[in-house]
Design a binder for this molecule. Structure first.
Ligand code: AHR
Length: 618
């Protein structure tokens, strides 16, 4: 049937900010080390550890032949880089890089560096090679002299292209050598930056033309121990993301155990995030931990002194981003190579906390301290881990009553949910806090998911007076190390490709309008009852859950669809690919059994026009 769309060009709809659509970068799926961060050497400073991941140790990523041992003593390079390698006499070291190996391209240059000292004359021979030892570059020879730590550098040029290359470092002579921070970067990083970013990935993000970059997470920000790094004890190993750990010379950045289950070098840190945002013309939007853990950990650290330190860290971050070079943290930024301020305007406090009272008590203190010194900075609060429910209602009520600038909402749902909830923001208070949709995705990487996202984005845009920013999540996934999917951009060692969701995001970001043009639609499928086929989803957030007698109800409370599991059969329900451990039990209920995030969907045909349903599990 025909549609009639009536456009009212004279009417002035909401203005759409240039920053409406952006990206959310989190180091999940090996997005940083082995991904966007262009470093090719894995475990470059011998800091990998059995608490980072089972079976890991100081030599993970390396094969050593000859007398080479990982040492942790007071001869170390510096207090925050605990381990180094001691080599007594001639030895061979081979680094296998991330995934299948190092990706190198014929004729390209690679910048090598190492910190070293030796108790007698010694030399290093460095080269690229294949896994079986065939040379892929001419050797680089470096003489090491003196028993104090110095940085030695040189360049390798690849003679062939390979994505399974190795870096070989041979030592000669009888001296005892100490080595640390062995690094190899492609010369050709994004915009040629040193300590830079992998070009193809950075270019794909830049091609989106995002209005903002939210970083560094996610669950990464506010999980683990909230206490700062204690160098003397190399502790705590899994700590919240504290930005000061990630700035300054890379060899002084203490590594951390990542929430997503691996070591993070922090070579890609706050300076690099700001620099990248600037390079792609996007507004930087950092998120700080609020001393309350989220993401299933649900723990408040009640420690007033630590809270004051976290709040000071927030103020110091503003100084790092925007302060003059004469200020303490502005000077650090200038010494790193950026005397000009980065011009940060917006800062997030917290991520998906599920303890609303504890989070709120801290949030208002952060906000008061920031506003007192920087009234123009937008402070973003959040609404907890879910798109509805008690925590959501509680936090939204608090934010509304308080008059927060902006509230960060997150949700991952089925395509049917996105189609059915296009009107979500039509009813939001036009005078309340603005919405930052910091994370959302339809739960798969198929075309249908992306179409559902695109349809949903028209609803965001229609409400641009309330929804000020939105970012699909997660951004990146290393195909060999996937903790979460769907994702926007996928990659392996040397290739990357955008999902259909990437192309939807690109379409919207490359064509941000100036204003909403109000329209009305008559005729066509919108008015006529027309079956749609979609999916109904059940999901749970990192807790075991039991579902029995699942119902989809209409707004008036009558049942549209119901299912019990009394026959012990799944009745068409199935877990979303690789995400869940759902099963149907003999007693007639569906259950998730592990402490993880799960979603189960069932295809459904809904032959009605009003899709505003709520899903209820009893
Ligand atoms: O985007 C992946 C994760 O989803 C984020 O870390 C977290 O904030 C959300 O739950």
């Amino acid at each position: 049937p025909d549609y009639t769309i009536t456009v009212n060009p004279a009417a002035t709809g909401a203005a759409i900010p240039k920053s409406m659509y952006g990206v959310f970068f989190e180091d999940i799926n090996y997005a940083a080390d082995g991904g966007l961060y262009a470093e090719l050497v894995r475990n470059r400073s011998f800091e990998f550890n059995g608490t980072d991941a089972a079976g890991w140790n100081g030599l993970t990523g390396w094969t050593a032949s000859g007398p080479a041992t990982v040492t942790n003593d007071d001869q170390r390079l510096n207090e925050r880089n605990r381990n180094y390698l001691t080599v007594s006499g001639p030895a061979g070291l081979v680094n296998a890089g991330y995934n299948t190996g190092l990706a190198v391209a014929r004729s390209e240059h690679y910048d090598f560096s190492v910190w070293a000292r030796a108790d007698a004359a010694a030399s290093l021979e460095v080269a690229l090679q294949t896994a079986d030892g065939t040379a892929l570059s001419a050797p680089l020879r470096l003489k090491v002299s003196g028993d104090t730590w110095k940085k030695y550098t040189g360049t390798l040029r690849a003679t062939a292209t390979s994505d399974v290359a190795r870096l070989s470092v041979k030592t000669t002579g009888a001296a005892t050598l100490r080595l640390d921070e062995i690094s190899l970067f492609p010369r050709d990083t994004y915009k040629g930056r040193t300590n830079g970013l992998r070009k193809d990935l950075a270019e794909k993000i830049a091609a989106l033309d995002p209005g903002f970059v939210r970083f560094p997470g996610g669950c990464l920000v506010n999980t683990g121990s909230m206490y700062p790094y204690d160098a003397a004890n190399d502790y705590p190993r899994a700590r919240s993301y504290q930005w000061k750990d990630t700035v300054g010379p890379v060899e002084t950045r203490a590594t951390n155990k990542n929430f997503w289950g691996y070591n993070a070098t922090y070579g890609l840190g706050y300076y690099e995030y700001f620099q990248f945002s600037e390079d792609i013309g996007a507004m930087p939007l950092p998120v700080l931990p609020a001393l309350v853990t989220g993401c299933g950990q649900n723990r408040a650290t009640v420690d007033e002194k630590l809270l004051q330190q976290y709040i000071q860290d927030a103020l110091d971050l503003i100084e790092f981003a925007n302060g003059p070079v004469t200020s303490t943290w502005g000077k650090v930024r200038a010494e790193m190579g950026h005397p000009k301020p980065f011009g940060m305007t917006t800062i997030g406090v917290g991520n998906e906390e599920n303890l609303p009272e504890e989070y709120w008590a801290n949030f208002v203190k952060f906000e008061a301290a920031i506003k007192a010194k920087h009234p123009d900075i937008t402070v973003v609060s959040n609404s907890g881990p879910d798109d509805q429910g008690a925590t959501f209602d509680n936090l939204w009520a608090k934010n509304r009553a308080h008059g927060s600038d902006m509230v960060d909402e997150h949700y991952y749902n089925s395509p049917a949910w996105f189609l059915q909830n296009n009107k979500r923001y039509d009813a939001y208070d036009r005078n309340g806090p603005k919405v930052f949709l910091g994370e959302y995705a339809s739960l798969d990487n198929k075309l249908y998911n992306s179409l559902a996202e695109a349809a949903y984005m028209t609803g965001l845009e229609r409400n641009a007076d309330v929804v000020k920013m939105a970012s699909y999540a997660p951004l990146l996934a290393n195909i060999d190390n996937v903790q979460w999917k769907p994702d926007m951009i996928w990659f392996d060692n040397d290739e990357s490709w955008g999902s259909t969701s990437y192309h939807v995001q690109k379409l919207f970001m490359n064509n941000v309008g100036d204003r909403v043009v109000p329209t009305t639609t008559t005729g066509g499928g919108v008015q006529t009852a027309k079956p749609i086929t979609g999916a109904i989803g059940l999901s749970t957030w990192r807790t075991a859950a039991t579902y029995d007698d699942v119902k989809v109800t209409r707004p008036d409370g009558t049942t549209l669809f119901s299912d019990d599991f009394s026959d012990g059969n799944a009745d068409g329900w199935s877990p979303v690919t690789n995400r869940g451990d759902w099963s149907v039990r003999d007693g007639g209920y569906a259950q998730t059994t592990t402490d993880t995030e799960d979603t189960m969907v069932k295809a459904a045909t809904i032959a009605e026009t009003d899709y505003d349903y709520t899903l209820k599990a009893t």
